[in-house]
Design a protein around this ligand. Structure first.
Ligand code: MG
Length: 274
């Protein structure tokens, strides 16, 4: 190697080493007021005046409730729930569901349960387990359901190696759409749904906007903002009938021993940017 080439190589190496030094104490503007206005919005690009989102604390691990969630069931009591005996015989006491070991279990011979609080648009996290002991076929294997607004059902079913009609398997929008895939765990294992629900809108008797659901089953996308055709119905097409802007969240009692734990919701109103 010539002396000159050695010096050039050494200088190049020095420059490269300098360029790799971490840059510290760099600053950046916290926004701008000289940028164009975004189409359809009142804000400019990177608008310095645009309100920043609320600060919340996320759960310690995936599935844990964030700080702005309403915890509907933490394994300790039924304080957020009541049992429905039908509109002619409201039965606030929980008699058909039992509480043990941090979960609730549908205990047959009774009604579905629903929340005392009512909800419209929401994010829902809920964990469930079908009975470990297989006893039945098709719709008689761990049948329950997440009853959004007490009427639009995301099916709960033991769909592990259990043939049944596609729009009635686990994570189906019951009676309308099968899930995109079957991500079911074995019976007895805990499974999770994460649901984003948009409530329907009525103007008097008229449906102005249908309901939509985005559903994840065990972290896997099942429905991407899918339109819900109407209330849950069996062997007929479910339809819409006007109801309030907020309704209770229900858990279906379908005479099978399904368990639930770790249930929380976040109301979605109030988060939209102006
Ligand atoms: Mg069901």
């Amino acid at each position: 190697m010539s002396k000159r080439f050695f010096l050039v190589a050494l200088t190049a190496a020095s420059i490269a080493a300098f360029a790799q030094q971490p840059k510290k104490n760099r600053t950046s503007p916290t926004g701008y007021d000289d940028t164009p206005v975004l189409p359809g919005q009142k804000w400019k690009v990177h608008d310095i005046a645009r309100p920043r989102p609320h600060v919340i604390t996320p759960g310690a691990k995936p599935g844990d409730p964030p700080s702005d969630a309403i915890v509907l069931f933490n394994g300790k009591d039924f304080s957020h729930w009541q049992e429905g005996g039908g509109k002619d015989k409201p039965a606030p006491a929980i008699v058909a569901w039992k509480l043990e070991n941090g979960y609730m279990e549908c205990n047959l011979d009774g009604g579905s349960i629903f929340t005392k609080e009512k909800f419209g648009d929401m994010q829902l996290h809920i964990e469930w387990a079908a009975p470990a002991q297989i006893d039945g076929t098709s719709q008689w294997r761990g049948n329950s359901g997440i009853l959004l607004m007490n009427r639009y059902e995301i099916q709960v079913l033991d769909s592990w190696n259990n043939p049944t009609y596609a729009d009635g398997q686990a994570a189906a929008i019951y009676g309308f759409y099968p899930p995109l895939v079957n991500a079911s765990r074995k019976p007895g294992e805990w499974q999770a749904y994460d649901i984003v629900f948009e409530a329907p809108v009525f103007a008097g008797e008229k449906l102005v906007k249908p309901a939509f659901a985005t559903v994840f089953h065990n972290g896997v996308l099942m429905h991407n903002r899918k339109e819900i055709g109407g209330r849950m119905a069996h062997k007929v097409v479910g339809t819409y009938a006007p109801h309030a802007a907020e309704e209770p969240l229900g858990l279906q009692n379908h005479d099978t021993y399904v368990r639930y734990r770790n249930i929380w919701v976040r109301r979605l109103q109030g988060y939209d940017q102006p």
